[in-house]
Design a binder for this molecule. Structure first.
Ligand SMILES: Cc1cc2nc3c(=O)[nH]c(=O)nc-3n(C[C@H](O)[C@H](O)[C@H](O)COP(=O)(O)OP(=O)(O)OC[C@H]3O[C@@H](n4cnc5c(N)ncnc54)[C@H](O)[C@@H]3O)c2cc1C
Length: 433
């Protein structure tokens, strides 16, 4: 039975929760972290790109012992049609120095390591403990939590909600709304085992170099679908993400979408002969700045996916989760060190600091709406047309080029009126700028 009182309780040991708990524990605060999984990362299915400078702010010497799969040296973007793809390849040579700036990690392993750092910093961590309720006093102030482990309340000055995209606590306590199907995507992923040398040969990588491919196009079938392929040390992770509202509308199953992606002639040679190790699925946040809920109140703050902190243009919600966890923790520490109680707006410092340090959330606030209203154009029709135009450009063929160019222009004209074309030509840079 836990009877002591804590400076802070952190619900969840994902990226945001670990960043928050680590920052507060390092500042000498008395922190309790509660995680329903068997260990930190046990519920996580993700292979992710990790930004080194964000982790460095939390634990500067992480390169010494963190489980890093490969340093990311190349990103490819594919526009696929049914049998081919047009690709953009970006190779960053500054990644070849001794302090690479991005890594590929397998979250189940990385989160476990991260959690060990939190414990070493002095926090108390309880796994296999589900927080069932936020305890509030009569004035609506959050004073602690109830769990499935024991009766009674565990008290704290502040509760940090880092419960992820599907967290129910904040919703049940009326602190934020449940995401609607058009605000979350379902991501399904497979892990394919292959020998290390085979992966390096297939992706043209030297030892420890890693690559990520993101793909859009024919796999989308008019929905908001993105595919990804990630070369890890001894496996390839491959998956697709699709808006839940699109799955509802079309009746498509994520597994069928994934299969179509896997069978694409550009993907087959990459996973050929591999052994399928696991299949997993998870929701990911797709809202952006426009739908960020209230971030803090009396006795509570919310961080990471639970707060819908998602930079939709540059993706990387995992990295934003870490930023928000650290900033929330610093704001909490400042309030505490000033001797302040958590009044209704004391943690609004968190919101202010977040806005100041991470303007990008606001910058790309209109991107999700633009992409989701026109998935046909952006993810299906354009890739097909671009692919056809490039094929016409790249081969001699038996027909005069003038005719082919005319046919390409006509195809563009057929699917997009000139007013629509100019409209999007105007809207896209505005959402992006
Ligand atoms: C397949 C996949 C691939 C992805 N790839 C990328 C990528 O390449 N780059 C990127 O930036 N992002 C990626 N993401 C998104 C990224 O995983 C999330 O943005 C990130 O995990 C958010 O961190 P978080 O700490 O807010 O939430 P989470 O990591 O989801 O952690 C929440 C934690 O809270 C625990 N929890 C929930 N409720 C309770 C409760 N009541 N009591 C106790 N514990 C509770 C959960 O068990 C979980 O451990 C991907 C997601 C998926 C699914």
């Amino acid at each position: 039975m836990i009877e002591e009182r804590f400076d802070a309780i952190v619900v969840g040991a994902g990226m945001a929760g670990n960043a928050a708990a680590l920052t507060m524990a390092k500042r000498g605060m008395k922190v309790l972290q509660l995680e329903r999984g068997e260990y930190s990362g046990s519920k996580n299915v993700q292979t992710a790109i990790l930004d080194a400078d964000i982790v460095e702010q939390l634990t500067p010497d992480f390169r010494e012992d963190a489980p890093l799969e490969r340093r990311l040296v190349e990103q490819r973007f594919w526009l696929m049609d049914r049998r081919s793809h047009v690709g953009l390849r970006y190779r960053f040579n500054d990644c070849n120095d001794e302090r690479p700036n991005r890594y590929i990690v397998i979250r189940a392993l990385f989160d476990k390591w991260f959690s060990r750092k939190v414990r070493e910093a002095g926090a108390t961590i309880l796994y296999q403990t589900t927080v069932t309720e936020l305890a509030q006093n009569r004035r609506g102030r959050v004073i602690g939590v109830r769990t499935d482990r024991q009766d009674g309340i565990i008290h704290a000055d502040v509760v940090v909600l880092a419960e992820g995209v599907n967290g129910l606590l904040g919703t049940c306590a009326g602190l934020r709304e449940r995401p609607t199907p058009d605000q979350v995507a379902l991501q399904v992923k497979e892990m394919h085992l292959l020998p290390r040398e085979t992966i390096e040969a297939r992706f043209n990588l030297k030892r420890d170099e890693g690559i990520v491919i993101e793909a859009a196009g024919s796999i989308s079938r008019g929905m908001t679908v993105m595919g990804f392929i990630c070369a890890n040390r001894e496996c390839i992770s491959l998956g697709i993400g699709c808006l839940v509202s699109d799955l509802q509308r079309t009746g498509e199953t994520p597994y069928a979408l994934l299969n179509r992606f896997k069978r694409h002639p550009s993907v087959v040679p990459l996973i050929n002969g591999s052994e399928l190790k696991e299949y997993s699925a998870h929701l990911i946040a797709k809202r952006g700045y426009n739908t960020i809920p209230q971030l803090c109140g009396k006795g509570w703050v919310v961080v990471g996916d639970a707060a819908e902190l998602n930079n939709t243009s540059h993706r990387g919600p995992l990295n934003v989760a870490m930023i928000s966890g650290r900033i929330a923790a610093e704001a909490i520490f400042r309030v505490k060190s000033r001797g302040g109680r958590s009044t209704s707006n004391s943690f609004s410092l968190y919101k202010k600091m977040l806005n100041e340090s991470y303007e990008d959330l606001k910058k790309y606030k209109d991107m999700p709406a633009l992409m989701h209203t026109q998935p046909d154009n952006f993810l299906l029709t354009h890739p097909q047309l671009v692919s056809k135009a490039i094929l016409n450009f790249a081969r001699i063929g038996g027909r005069p080029k003038a005719g082919e160019k005319q046919s390409d222009s006509k195809s563009f004209g057929d699917v997009w009126s000139w007013t629509g074309l100019f409209g999007n030509g105007f809207r896209l840079p505005r959402a992006w700028r």
